[in-house]
Design a protein. Structure first.
Ligand code: KIV
Length: 304
């Protein structure tokens, strides 16, 4: 039997100066009309970037299935895979409020399954809240069960990538009045069962305005126009760590994929040209030790 302790510890960096974000502080910010800033993160460096930027919320999105794990969609990612990403993010964060996505297949079966999955995120990854997609009867019931178990829940309506196939692909939702009214009612249902916030993804701005107007909890927009209480973007989209542009709503703030490609290419060129490593990268050895080594090597029998 291993002598290593099996208890999981959550380490929080001590170098950040600001206080951890709490639900009451988020609500105060919302009531004061101050925009909430949320970004996704999937590992320690992206978490440290979010921390350094002073964002309010960090989402370990199941978009990590595509951005860091290379799947074609968010559907295949497993709970254990997302849990590993969430734990790495937790280790890099101190201040932002940490929300973790419930991956497809980890909450739909029953309220019990949903609560057990949410508990794992809270206990093992130190999540402050979980997010689940949808506002139909099942999603609302699961949100209610998790809230009643004591874990804050963020809803997610509009384009819900886990069910994108059923929605006709990655395209804007609620574009006719009937669908818009259904979405408004769904967002209200999520609020009624205790969700502390709702993500509005890829819907017309006018529909987002109606939701914002009718809810008394913060709305976080992504492709939902300017009226929402806050915004979220996928880390890799905003930093240009991807091929292609991403959604119409994406604003790029850097082109890191280009920088990464150029950096690795330059390294490969230097190695092939014998320009790297240079003298400045070498470890030296004491002259006496070199002499001892060389005479010992000279005594060694020839290799067969
Ligand atoms: O998984 C994700 O990144 C998300 C955001 C787009 C809100 O759900």
């Amino acid at each position: 039997m291993s002598s290593h302790p099996t208890t999981k510890t959550i380490t929080i960096p001590s170098d950040a100066s600001t206080l951890p974000m709490t639900l009451p502080r988020l609500m105060d910010q919302y009531r004061r009309g101050e925009k909430l800033v949320m970004v996704t993160a999937y590992d320690y460096p992206s978490a440290r970037a979010a921390e350094a930027a002073g964002v309010d919320l960090v989402l370990v999105g199941d978009s990590g299935a595509m951005t860091v794990l290379g799947y074609d969609s968010t559907v295949p990612v497993s709970l254990d895979e997302l849990m590993t990403l969430a734990k790495a993010v937790r280790r890099g964060l101190r201040s932002p409020f940490l929300v973790c996505d419930l991956p497809f297949g980890s909450y739909e079966v029953s309220d019990q399954q949903a609560v057990e999955t949410a508990m794992r995120f809270a206990k093992e990854a130190g999540a402050d809240a979980v997010k689940l997609e949808g506002c139909g009867e099942m999603a609302v019931a699961r949100a209610k069960a998790i809230v009643q178990a004591g874990i804050p829940v963020m809803g997610h309506v509009g384009l819900t990538p886990q069910t994108a196939t059923a929605l006709g692909g990655y395209r804007a939702q609620a574009k006719d009045a009937g669908a818009a009214l259904t979405l408004v009612a769904g967002a209200e249902a999520l609020e009624a069962v205790g969700c502390f916030s709702v993500v509005l993804e890829a819907i017309p701005s006018v529909v987002a305005e109606a939701v914002v107007e009718r809810l008394d909890i913060p709305t976080i927009g992504i492709g939902a126009g300017p009226s929402t209480s806050g915004q979220v973007l996928v880390f890799h989209d905003l930093l240009g760590i991807r091929e292609g542009r991403g959604g119409k709503f994406v604003q790029r703030y850097a082109d890191l994929q280009d920088a990464m490609d150029a950096g690795v290419r330059a390294y490969a060129t230097d190695v092939r040209a014998k320009a790297y490593p240079g003298p400045e990268h070498e470890y030296a050895m004491d002259a006496h030790e070199v002499a001892v080594l060389q005479s010992a090597l000279a005594e060694l029998p020839a290799k067969l």
